[in-house]
Design a protein around this ligand. Structure first.
Ligand code: C2E
Ligand code: MG
Ligand code: MG
Ligand code: MG
Length: 276
């Protein structure tokens, strides 16, 4: 209960918390190694058109092949990365791996390669003064046109939008697109949406469930009026997809269409889509 109140944390300090603290420090050290030793890898979840499910793009999602704990999902290590600042080298690794993959798919599949790759970044990354320049250099190195990359920022992350705005503006003037992730779960205000230099809204899965259809409809109208693209995420059932389509959503992502796939699985999907 004392969490967040300076000076009171020790009142409720228990041996369990001490152990948890040690584990976090330990995990941080392991994560540093993981980034350097190639233990991270990316899965790619298709982003599809409604209703025909044509693959329009993909979202890169990080995993950690931990030497003893097995595969670790991002929720187990991203909070540690955020707290320790390791998110900056982690994001650098993710960006390079993802852009390289897009270049590989483009070389192999040509026009059937995903048109756009969405990559998650942290508000912390945007506070790096050289971030936009690094992204530009990376795209140049792999010969990827900036409009083929969308950077996703989650709405529920703390971070000063003002401070990030300079970087967002620089990225967008390169042609890179910016997406506000998990919309409907966080603290975005209408003013922020209006003022923030973004191109796309990702409607969170919790809002795309049928009982919240009025919200999903309102968000779409809002996005349209601000000139923002939309992606409905977390689509799990045919009913949900049908409803979203009826409401006017044209782009979606979710287990109904495909789970996050390995690069090989994604490649097979592209090959079979091209053959069909
Ligand atoms: P996100 O960016 O909102 O990504 C979507 C998450 O929802 C993914 O979880 C995905 O596997 C999951 N998902 C996809 N379709 C469905 C569905 O139909 N139903 C449900 N229930 N879930 C679905 P994942 O991969 O565990 O990632 C969790 C979060 O971790 C991401 O949420 C994102 O915020 C963060 N994350 C993932 N990869 C990266 C990364 O490379 N860098 C950064 N900074 N954050 C990342
Ligand atoms: Mg995302
Ligand atoms: Mg999301
Ligand atoms: Mg989400």
């Amino acid at each position: 209960a004392a969490k967040g109140i300076p000076g009171t944390a020790s009142l409720h300090f228990t041996p369990d918390m001490a152990r948890a603290g040690t584990d976090h420090a330990h995990l941080g050290a392991e994560l540093r190694e993981a980034i350097d030793d190639g233990q991270l890898y990316l899965l790619y979840q298709p982003i599809v058109a409604l209703p025909d499910r044509r693959v329009l793009g993909a979202e890169a999602l990080v995993r950690w092949a931990h030497p003893t704990h097995g595969t670790m999902p991002p929720r187990t290590f991203l909070p540690v990365a955020e707290r320790t600042g390791l998110i900056v080298p982690l994001s650098r690794w993710v960006l390079r791996a993802a852009v390289r993959q897009l270049a590989d798919w483009t070389a192999t599949h040509g026009a059937d390669a995903p048109a756009v790759l969405n990559i998650n970044v942290s508000p912390r990354d945007l506070r790096e003064p050289e971030f936009a320049a690094e992204v530009a250099a990376l795209l140049d190195e792999y010969g990827i046109e900036p409009h083929r990359i969308t950077l996703e920022l989650t709405e529920s992350m703390p971070g000063d939008p003002g401070e990030s705005a300079t970087t967002l503006t620089a990225l967008r003037s390169l042609g890179v697109r910016v997406s506000l992730d998990d919309f409907g779960t966080g603290h975005s205000t209408l003013t922020m949406l209006h003022d923030c230099p973004i191109d796309q809204l990702k409607l969170d899965g919790s809002v795309t469930r049928a009982e919240r259809a009025p919200m999903a409809a309102t968000v779409l109208r809002l996005a349209d009026s601000l000139g923002l693209q939309t992606i409905a995420e977390g689509v799990e059932t045919p009913d949900q997809a049908e409803l979203l389509h009826e409401l006017g959503y044209r782009t979606a992502q979710g287990f109904l269409f495909a789970r996050p796939l390995s690069p090989a699985e994604f490649g097979e999907l592209l090959t079979s889509a091209a053959a069909a």
